[in-house]
Design a protein around this ligand. Sequence first.
Ligand code: IMP
Ligand code: MG
Length: 179
Amino acid sequence: MDYFVEEVLLNHQQIVDRSKELGDIITSEYKFKTPILIGLLKGSVPFMAELIKYIDCPMEMDFLKVSSYSGTESTGRVNIKSDLAVDIFGRDILIVEDIIDSGLTLMKVIELLKERKPKSIEIVTLLDKNEGRIVKELIPKYIGFSIPNKFVIGFGLDYNELYRNLDYIGVLKPSIYMK
Ligand code: IMP
Ligand code: MG
């Protein structure tokens, strides 16, 4: 096991298998809708790449970059760093997220996107830390895995920009962020 990891929560195969299940469900629900998948940069990239392999209907993709975190603490503030390239008016939107914790980031993103009058907005998240939820009404339609309230890394998730490249999800050793 990597020295900075305390525990492997989800191995690569588990993530792939679950992405396929979610892809199949999304395919059946969006078959005639040509959805736009909107990935939140940068954490959603590996999951988005895996998920779309299993979405077997016409779809588009775009990315939005916001920031809300530094280190392991949520600040609750969201800044738009890079906006969408496509017009989402009248379209079916599926936001792709790596993890939802407090829900503050996504709440702000959804408020912003709603102003542009899409037809629908749903969320697919690889991970859900529902113990950490502050925005209680934020309920993702599609969830990969519900996980305990621990700081995790890998498969897109970072600690100070590191570890996004791991092909699994692990719990970061506390000694790494105590340093
Ligand atoms: P929220 O606003 O508290 O829901 O935080 C969501 C964002 O915080 C995610 O998109 C991640 O970028 C980041 N985040 C939350 N929990 C973790 C974690 O355990 N590891 C890495 N990033 C996290
Ligand atoms: Mg993120």
